[in-house]
Every structure is written in structure tokens, then in C-alpha cells.
Design a protein around this ligand. Structure first.
Ligand code: GDP
Ligand code: ZN
Length: 461
């Protein structure tokens, strides 16, 4: 499979000052030599391990010049894929890029699949699986903190931690092997107690990693937030005020159906993915427009609901309809329009209907109380835990699952040590725990899983 040479456009398609074509594999340099005419350094393909050379891409069959380029040579194993890599920086237009790409394909390269470059880096041992996965997290990061967490993972911080855990388990396994050789009636109790303690330390370490996993996931994927409220309470105004205040709109992803729009707001490093029902016709509320079913779906997925009420109208029947839908969610109540100085909302009455996480007074229009709102959201999300993006934060649910399984097997092993069940059964649990940890770095994961993970990447990565 690694015999062939792959090629892809590595930069987004569109107009840009440059566009990069990346080629990797045993024929990369040979193909490069056949299509590239260097201005100087004409013997680059013989002698250079690393070099950037100026020249032209020329179709050897027609002698037509396709583009004026910079060509970078990076000979394996010291390249991204650990193979010979040639990158061609072309002019960043769709046509020149496509023509150069087509020429390289004609010369024998094969079009890379999504994520295939990273996959080769993994297969060739340049990156482990958790490092490779962090590349996509880094590219998709929505805030600086999200990017820092991904970068830590790319640098192998999580992998290091996993290796330490795995080594300790191997130590325990070695001890178990020794015990197996003891006669049945002479179990060394002290050793077992010590081992049980060692097990507990491992369990504690994993638990600490898991404790922050939910936070890590929020930094990686954003906190799904829905703004609800009857028509005219100020939902759109609130969203606009938050966007204005932040001036840090990272993306603007129109929903698949035109009924919902998602905006990302940066709250002190935490990306808040706000599902904006403001795109709805103003006279219709969420439930009316989308139907109860769709609203339920949206609300079901939400990590946080912002319920907007109108201070000047008090709690109305329409509000109660909305409240019915969000009773079981984590809800922040925002009493809006306090600038009008008519406050008809009785918070004790409100508390009878459901258990709000917090009740705040704001004016979306006058931008009053927004700082407080952000602070409250942050506290809710981090639940008082100090989170430092420099820490190892497990942000990937695949890793979280593997850690949970590893911990559970350690707990069973520990239980076994305490109740003196046969040592070889304890060994099985320790071994399972070790294997689940290996899933994170990809030591023994199936080809299927590897394919699935890298398919999530974009072409050229
Ligand atoms: P939505 O239907 O819930 O999205 O409500 P809008 O954001 O469109 O607001 C409805 C009306 O209330 C508009 O005329 C807003 O200007 C007004 N409004 C929104 N927030 C406030 C506020 O804090 N104070 C006052 N006085 N008016 C507001
Ligand atoms: Zn609106």
C-alpha cells in the first residue's frame, strides 16, 4: 500500500496568492524531476535532502509551461510522512493548481484520499494515533485555548502520559507473573497489598484525566447553546449584542436547513456554539416554526439553554409553553428589558416551574448584564474547576472511552487482588487495561478504525 506515490492539493480551493500541491512516496522526487525545470540548482534531485528551489512546471510531452513555482524537497524519513515529499507552491488559482495536479497524476502519482498523508505519517511511525487526531483538532479549533489543547496533544503530551500508565501496568503484570509461580497456599499478602495500592494510584491518575474530559470536549467542540423564548422577548437582540461585544466571531456556519443558523462566540476561550433561532420569522416562535419534534431534537442536543423572558410582560402562558420543553435541561434564565424599569417577573414563581441554574437580569438592547452573563456561563461550564489549557485535556470521546475502559479493568484487577482470586485472572484484567490504553496511541487498533479516523480529515492532510 505504501509502494505508491500520492498527491493532492493541500490548500483550500479558491483564489489565493499561493496554492500548495503535496506529493509523497517513493516516486515523489523522480516525478518532480520530470516536470520541474529549475532555474539554478538543476541537480537538486540528486544531492539535496532539504531545499526550496525556484523554477517552472513544464509538461514534458508538450513543453508547455504550466506555472511558475517554488518546489520544496523533503527527503524521508525526515518529512511529514517520513517518505520522500515534494511540495509545489503554485499560484493560488483553481486552474493552475488543477493543471499541475493533472500532470502529476499523468506522471504516475495517485490522488490521495482524505487524511492519507497523516495516515502515512502514522503508519510510518512519525506520529501516533492521538497525535494524528490532534492535527484535525488544531485545524478546526475555534478558540486559542482549543488550539493550545490540540497542540499539546500533537506534541505528544497525552501519549507520554499514556505510556507512563502502560509501563506501570506492565510492572504490575511482571509482579503477577511472579505470584503465579508461588505455591497456592503461600500467597504473599504484602505484595498483593502493595500492588493494590499501585493499582489505586493508576486509577486515580486516570480519573483525574477523565474529570477534565468534559471540559476538554467543550473546548474542542464548543458548548451547544440554544436561545429560546416567546416571540419579541429579545432573542435576536441578545445574540447580536453578544456577537457585537465579542467581535470574535470565528465561524458562521449556515445550518443544513435554512431554519437554523449556528454562530460561534468566544467566551474567555470557551467556544459557545449558539443555535440561533433568530433566523426564524419574527412572528413565529421556535416551536411554531420548527414543530415540537424538531425543537425537542435541538433542545435535546443542547448543553445549555438560555431562556429569555420579558421583564415588562411578566410570565405569560407562552412562556410556560416554552418552559415545558426545557424543564430537564441546564437552563440560564435571562430576564430581559430591565432598562424599561418595569419588572413583572416573580422569581419565586419562576422557581416553582423548574430548576434554573441561574437567573440574571439583562438588557440586550442596552447591553446591560452581558459581562455577568458570560461569567456565569463560564462558571457553569467549568463547574468551578480551574482549567488550564496547558494541562493535558482529554478532548476526544474515543480517548475518553478508552480511558474509562482501562480504569474499569484496573478496578476489577484491584478487586481481584483484594479478594485473592487467582492471579492469572487478575493478569487478564491488567492486560485488558493495558490494551485499552494502547487504543489511544494506536498501538494495536484495527485497520477499520484507522480508516474511519483518517476519513474525517480533509484531502491533502
Ligand atoms: P425576538 O423575537 O425574541 O428575537 O426579539 P427581538 O430581539 O427581535 O426583539 C423584539 C423587540 O424588543 C425589538 O423591538 C427590540 O428592539 C426590543 N428589545 C430587545 N431587547 C430589548 C431590551 O433589552 N430592552 C428594550 N427596551 N427593548 C428590547
Ligand atoms: Zn428574533
Amino acid at each position: 500500500m505504501l509502494e505508491d506515490t500520492i498527491v493532492a492539493i493541500a490548500t483550500p480551493l479558491g483564489e489565493g496568492s499561493i496554492g500548495v500541491i503535496r506529493m509523497s512516496g517513493p516516486e515523489a522526487i523522480n516525478i518532480g524531476q520530470r516536470v520541474f525545470r529549475a532555474k539554478k540548482n538543476k541537480d537538486w534531485y540528486i544531492k539535496d535532502n532539504y531545499k526550496i528551489i525556484y523554477g517552472h512546471i513544464v509538461d514534458p510531452q508538450t513543453n508547455e509551461v504550466l506555472d511558475e513555482v517554488l518546489l520544496s524537497v523533503m527527503r524521508g524519513p525526515r518529512s511529514f510522512t517520513a517518505e520522500d515529499v515534494v511540495e509545489i507552491s503554485c499560484h493560488g488559482g483553481i486552474v493552475p493548481l488543477k493543471r499541475v495536479l493533472e500532470l502529476l497524476l499523468r506522471m504516475g502519482a495517485r490522488l490521495a484520499e482524505a487524511g492519507e498523508f497523516s495516515k502515512r505519517a502514522f503508519i510510518n511511525g512519525r506520529l501516533d494515533l492521538s497525535q494524528a487526531e490532534s492535527i484535525i483538532d488544531l485545524i478546526r479549533a475555534k478558540t486559542t485555548d482549543g488550539a493550545k489543547i490540540a497542540l499539546n496533544q500533537l506534541q505528544g503530551r497525552l501519549s507520554e502520559q499514556v505510556h507512563v500508565l502502560q509501563n506501570d501496568i506492565l510492572g504490575l503484570l511482571a509482579q503477577i507473573e511472579a505470584i503465579i509461580d508461588f505455591p497456592e497456599d503461600d500467597l504473599p499478602e504484602q505484595t498483593l497489598d502493595q500492588m493494590s495500592l499501585a493499582c489505586q494510584r493508576l486509577i486515580d491518575t486516570i480519573n483525574r484525566l477523565l474529570e477534565q474530559a468534559d471540559t476538554g470536549k467543550i473546548y474542542r467542540e464548543g458548548l451547544k447553546t440554544v436561545i429560546v423564548g416567546k416571540p419579541n422577548v429579545g432573542k435576536s437582540s441578545l445574540l447580536n449584542a453578544l456577537l457585537r461585544e465579542q467581535r470574535a466571531i470565528v465561524t458562521d456556519i449556515p445550518g443544513t436547513t435554512r431554519d437554523v443558523i449556528e454562530e460561534v462566540i468566544n467566551i474567555k476561550g470557551v467556544p459557545l456554539k449558539i443555535i440561533d433561532t433568530a433566523g426564524l420569522r419574527e412572528t413565529q416562535d421556535l416551536v411554531e416554526k420548527l414543530g415540537v419534534e424538531r425543537s425537542r431534537q435541538l433542545l435535546n442536543q443542547a448543553d445549555l439553554v438560555l431562556l429569555v423572558l420579558d421583564a415588562s410582560t411578566g410570565i405569560t402562558k407562552e412562556d410556560l409553553e416554552v418552559i415545558k420543553l426545557i424543564k430537564d435541561k441546564r437552563v440560564l434564565v435571562l430576564i430581559n428589558k430591565i432598562d424599561l424599569n418595569v419588572h413583572h417577573i416573580d422569581t419565586t414563581e419562576l422557581k416553582q416551574y423548574f430548576n434554573a441554574s441561574a437567573i440574571l437580569e439583562i438588557s440586550a438592547q442596552q447591553e446591560i448584564g452581558l459581562e455577568q452573563l458570560e461569567q456565569t456561563i463560564l462558571e457553569l461550564v467549568l463547574a468551578g474547576k480551574v482549567t488550564n489549557s496547558e494541562n493535558i485535556l482529554v478532548s476526544n470521546s474515543r480517548h475518553k472511552y478508552a480511558l474509562e475502559q482501562a480504569r474499569n479493568h484496573l478496578m476489577e484487577a484491584q478487586q481481584g487482588m483484594k479478594s485473592y482470586i487467582p492471579a492469572d485472572l487478575v493478569a487478564i484484567d491488567l492486560k485488558s487495561s493495558w490494551e485499552f490504553l494502547g487504543d489511544i496511541t494506536g498501538k494495536n487498533v484495527s485497520e477499520d478504525l484507522i480508516d474511519r479516523i483518517f476519513a474525517d480529515f480533509c484531502i491533502g492532510k
